[in-house]
Design a protein around this ligand. Structure first.
Ligand code: CP3
Length: 354
């Protein structure tokens, strides 16, 4: 397993054939997912070990991607800790009681033995998944403190995260307590997945791009670092990913990541210029090409492989998640195209792209 080329790329050891997985590869783009999920809510499906394991394996079986991403959600830990949260279709996570005041933050549950026990369905799902995946590695994940706390403060999805960013400025100490709580929540969720068999982790900070570098460093980075520190003693690569976060890449890396996910707004060779030398990267095919001609799609895939060729390691991915309306065959064909590309990465290795 440790030999899997995707894990090697994440450790900075190149292979001649590109390794690839897709964020949100499990889920609504797959008819077999929709069939299995019928009659079960999203969050209930996450705590049914057999179902979560099967959903995780579906895209690996279908597309031949080089890793599974554990089927769960960034709000599953909050739910297991006892908060009222659901996922509304077409909307996203919605919290029953938004967390906005010092009193709300004081009332958050203690993350003790009960929380650890509530993670058992997660551990069981990971064990079942790993057994089913065989030599294909499983990537565990969690939501980063800013993104998860933003859902908690706003009560649901938000464009500007204004309440969250205002809380940081007006009540910095209360914000710090909330973010520290989420770091513990998400960090222990990550640790549970790795101890149960996940071979790498990814910390998603989807909405961090809303912050300036200054705000990030003061109010967020220490908490993302605390979440990642929960798995730092375990021998797994730690990928960190944000959307619209080109201005935060070095700071996010310094939170304790060992590899950086990059969205489609920044070319990988440009990302490499701002990251410490030797940082493996992941990304960043524009999801929009899933809705173009095959020619345009393969050209984008080749350009991404070429832009990542100068990195110590590169795992191909999309620049953000698979849209639910994606034709699954398009993903399968993209994986085949990448896997047949061998030598492109090898030939370009070490040669800065033009
Ligand atoms: O395949 C995978 O990537 C693994 C599973 C996964 C899900 N959510 C399953 C899911 C992962 C890694 C996530 C992470 C997640 N969840 C993030 C970070 C990644 C990102 O995309 O930025 C965020 C911001 C969330 C919050 C969330 N959960 C949103 C915005 C939504 C979509 C709501 C909608 O209906 O448009 C969800 C629901 C969700 N999470 C689904 C899946 C498969 C869809 C549920 C359904 O089938 O209705």
């Amino acid at each position: 397993m440790a030999d899997a080329s995707l894990l090697q790329e994440l450790r900075g050891v190149r292979s001649t054939t590109p390794s690839v997985w897709f964020m949100r590869q499990a889920g609504r783009s797959l008819p077999e997912y929709r069939a299995l999920r019928e009659g079960t809510t999203m969050l209930d499906s996450c705590v049914r070990p057999e179902m979560a394991a099967e959903i995780t394996v579906q895209p690996v079986r279908r597309h031949g991607v080089d890793a599974g991403i554990f089927f769960s959600d960034i709000v599953v830990p909050a739910r297991q800790a006892g908060l009222g949260v659901e996922i509304q279709s077409g909307v996203g996570p919605v919290f029953e009681h938004p967390v906005r005041t010092v009193a709300d933050i004081d009332a958050l549950p203690v993350l003790g033995d009960e929380y650890e026990a509530a993670l058992e369905p997660i551990r069981e799902a990971v064990r079942l998944t790993v057994a089913e995946l065989g030599t294909t590695p499983l990537i565990g994940f969690a939501g980063a403190p800013f993104t998860v706390a933003s859902y908690m403060v706003e009560g649901g999805p938000s464009r500007d995260h204004l309440r969250t960013r205002a809380l940081m400025r007006t009540e910095p100490e209360a914000w710090a307590r909330l973010a520290a709580w989420v770091a513990e929540l998400s960090g222990r969720f990550l640790r549970a997945q790795v101890l149960a068999g996940a071979s790498a982790v990814q910390l998603f900070d989807s909405w961090v791009g809303a912050l300036s570098a200054e705000q990030y460093l003061t109010h967020v980075q220490p908490h993302s670092a605390a979440a990642l520190a929960q798995v730092a003693d375990l021998p797994v690569p730690r990928i960190h990913f944000g959307v619209g976060a080109a201005h935060l890449l070095p700071q996010m890396h310094a939170a304790g990541a060992t590899a950086m996910g990059v969205d489609h707004r920044l070319r990988l060779d440009q990302a490499l210029e701002v990251l410490p030398a030797g940082t493996p990267v992941q990304g960043n095919i524009d999801p929009a090409v899933l809705f173009t001609s095959e020619e345009a799609r393969f050209a984008e895939a080749s350009a991404v492989v070429e832009a990542g060729a100068a990195a110590s390691g590169h795992v191909v991915n999309l620049g953000h998640g698979v849209p639910p309306t994606t034709d699954p065959q398009v993903l399968t064909d993209l994986v085949s195209y990448l896997h047949e590309m061998d030598d492109v990465a090898g030939a370009e290795q070490g040669v800065p792209s033009a």
